[in-house]
Write a protein that binds this ligand. Structure first.
Ligand code: PLP
Length: 397
């Protein structure tokens, strides 16, 4: 049974706050604090090292990842948790490149998140500079896929503008050209319907602290197509990806299945929080989340365009071409966002001039959207952003 949205009562949301940044860091789910406290006292505090077995800590990166598998159309035991998304990019990309030894080009787009591109650059240096990272404009990706391309590395939703790639079309072209697809779901998992199986992606990766509400530092996930995984040669060949880690063999032998993408000791406390956070997906349908997200973002755009005429929409106007965020350009966007945050409306800012607002229907409704735009209009109409306190740039924007 699907519950009706929003489910505000399932989250801790401070009074007076309208949170439009669940795309960057999801809020604290109810039950997570208690779960963490219990794991600390009843497991770590009581069972000490026995927790790896009696409390199932060692199996959790696979067990908990099965909750994510259901959200992204992946079969059971084809997803595993660990590390951060940047590390998972490296793992997927290095494995993908090794699948096409006779090809030397990694294709991505200029809208991709910098860390993904930086990791590709680092991998290329590691491989002796024989490869090339080619980035084209997002709308040119499909045409740029050719038989020279080893790997197509695409983040489905643009972190700045919310623009959505047509992954089925990209995957089809890649398949036709024999290129391997690495699909980054950072702003997709928990935001829009995803089906890695029907798209046929070889690799998918994502983080869990954005729309999946796993909390700051929550582990990332990686999917490898089940028919390929036993042929993958892991670059990060850590002991927990070994077939028999506790045999302490002298040489690395990869585990069977997705567990070969594990590296080292899992973050047990974070995995427990994530497990609790993912329970909400037992009660909601992704299609309902998507429908509500489109309704909220359409309302937001209409309200902003009628009340805040200095702001210019930089996200695609067609909701089917957007993920779950909406961005507006404004010359004084940084200061305006600071003023907005001080008034309790939390979005974020991406250089050079983008005010970014995430719509997470698990805890937002139409009234929140209207109230947020009312405050934004007040700040703009009265130039309330024009103060020194709002103009010093923080380390994290
Ligand atoms: C959020 C995000 C990241 C962040 O990577 P971490 O290693 O988790 O810090 C990487 N790539 C994309 C596309 C993202 O949206």
């Amino acid at each position: 049974m699907s519950a009706s949205l929003p489910l505000k009562e399932r989250f801790h949301l401070p009074d007076g706050v309208i949170y439009l940044d669940g795309n960057s860091l999801g809020p604290l789910p109810k039950g997570a604090e208690e779960r963490l406290a219990k794991v600390m006292s009843d497991q770590w505090g009581t069972n000490l090292i026995k927790g790896w077995n009696v409390d199932g800590w060692m199996a959790q990166p696979l067990d908990v990842a099965n909750r994510i598998a259901r959200l992204i159309g992946a079969p059971e035991n084809s997803v595993v948790l660990g590390d951060t998304l940047s590390v998972k990019v490296y793992q997927a990309l290095s494995a993908a490149v090794r699948m096409r030894p006779d090809r030397k080009v990694i294709l991505s787009d200029t809208g991709n998140f910098p860390s993904d591109l930086y990791m590709a650059e680092g991998l290329i240096r590691q491989l002796g500079q024989e490869h090339e990272l080619k980035t084209v404009a997002p709308e040119e990706v499909i045409d740029a896929i050719s038989e020279d391309i080893a790997v197509v590395m695409i983040t489905e939703v643009d972190y700045r503008s919310g623009r959505l790639h047509d992954m089925a079309a990209i995957a089809e072209k890649a398949r036709g050209c024999g290129a391997v697809l690495v699909w980054d779901l950072a702003h997709s998992a928990g935001a829009i319907p995803v089906d890695v199986t029907s798209v046929g992606a070889e690799f998918a990766i994502g983080c869990t602290y954005k729309y999946l509400n796993g909390g700051p530092g929550a582990p990332a996930f990686i999917y490898v197509r089940p028919d390929l995984v036993d042929h993958i040669d892991p670059a990060l060949s850590g002991w927990l990806g070994h077939d028999t880690p506790f045999a302490f063999e002298r040489n690395y032998r990869p585990a069977h299945g997705i567990e070969r993408m594990r590296v080292g000791t899992p973050p047990v406390l974070q995995v427990a929080v994530l497990d609790e956070a993912l329970k909400i997906w037992d009660d909601v349908e992704m299609a309902d989340v998507r429908e509500a997200s489109i309704r909220l973002s359409e309302l937001f755009i209409a309200e902003v365009e009628s009340k805040c005429t200095d702001l210019k929409l930089v996200s695609p106007r067609d909701p089917n071409m957007r993920g779950s965020q909406v961005s507006f350009a404004f010359e004084h966007g940084y200061a305006a966002m600071q003023a907005l945050i001080q008034r309790g409306v939390i979005g974020d800012f991406r250089a050079p001039n983008v005010m970014r607002f995430g719509f997470t229907p698990l805890f937002l409704d139409d009234e929140d959207v209207k109230a947020a735009v009312g405050i934004l209009a007040d700040i703009l109409d009265n130039r309330l952003w024009d103060r020194d306190e709002f103009k010093t740039t923080n380390r994290v924007t």
